[in-house]
Design a binder for this molecule. Structure first.
Ligand SMILES: [Zn+2]
Length: 215
């Protein structure tokens, strides 16, 4: 569904029953269509069909908030399908893909068992009219994006029943860095809609206070 006139939430990437969702978003502007994240592997056909029905393809570029499998899973296939479009991630996140010690598991293996896309490092403060907001902690090089007062928060936080929550602790690489990132992003961004990867979009203008998990 469209959450703003030119911002589309790919509904087939949401949570269904017990399956864990990880929303993909598409932005359309004068630079074409930009996809944010790509869900778990094995969903290419459904994602493409939905983008097509919404008039949100062909995709011109893909941005990763971070390199976890629920965000990168279909990227190599989508890249090929859309004319070898570039796939971008932060320099730090690419470092973590290449250096196992910087990965969340400490052992690397983000693309084990799935094809790796050709990846390009994000440079500068903006890409295709979308602001790049560093937000490290969940992973070594996690990134948020801001467009049309919509904050694509990735896994910086999540939403549950119209409330902002910390991600489950087992998924966070550096909890204190992540808390700091929430404050930094909150200060740096003027937004009226929060679109996290996990949980439904929420109309709000601040990430604070958010609910911390026990532990
Ligand atoms: Zn995730």
């Amino acid at each position: 569904m469209f959450v703003k006139p030119n911002i589309y939430k790919v509904d087939c990437t949401g949570a269904v029953g017990d399956s864990y969702g990880s929303y993909v978003y598409a932005i359309k502007n004068e630079h074409g269509v930009t996809l944010i994240d790509t869900y778990f592997p094995g969903k290419v056909e459904e994602i493409v069909a939905e983008l097509k029905a919404a008039g949100m393809e062909p995709v011109d570029r893909i941005l990763f908030t971070h390199a976890d499998l629920d965000h990168t899973g279909n990227s190599a296939w989508l890249q090929k399908h859309y004319n070898n479009c570039p796939v971008y991630l932060s320099a730090r996140e690419l470092e973590a893909v290449r250096e196992p010690a910087k990965s969340k598991s400490g052992k690397g293996g983000v693309f084990d068992g799935v094809e790796e896309p050709v990846m390009t490092v994000l440079e500068g403060e903006e890409i295709a009219g979308i602001r790049i907001i560093p937000a490290y902690g969940h992973t070594y090089g996690h990134t948020c994006f801001l467009y049309d007062k919509t904050l694509f928060a990735g896994d910086l936080i999540c939403t549950e029943q119209d409330e902002i929550w910390e991600m489950e602790l087992k998924f966070i690489r550096d909890r204190e860095q992540s808390w700091k990132a929430v404050e930094d992003v909150d200060q740096a961004c003027d937004f009226d809609l929060l679109c996290p990867s996990h949980g439904e979009p929420l109309a709000c203008t601040t990430l604070l206070p958010f609910t911390k998990r026990e532990g």
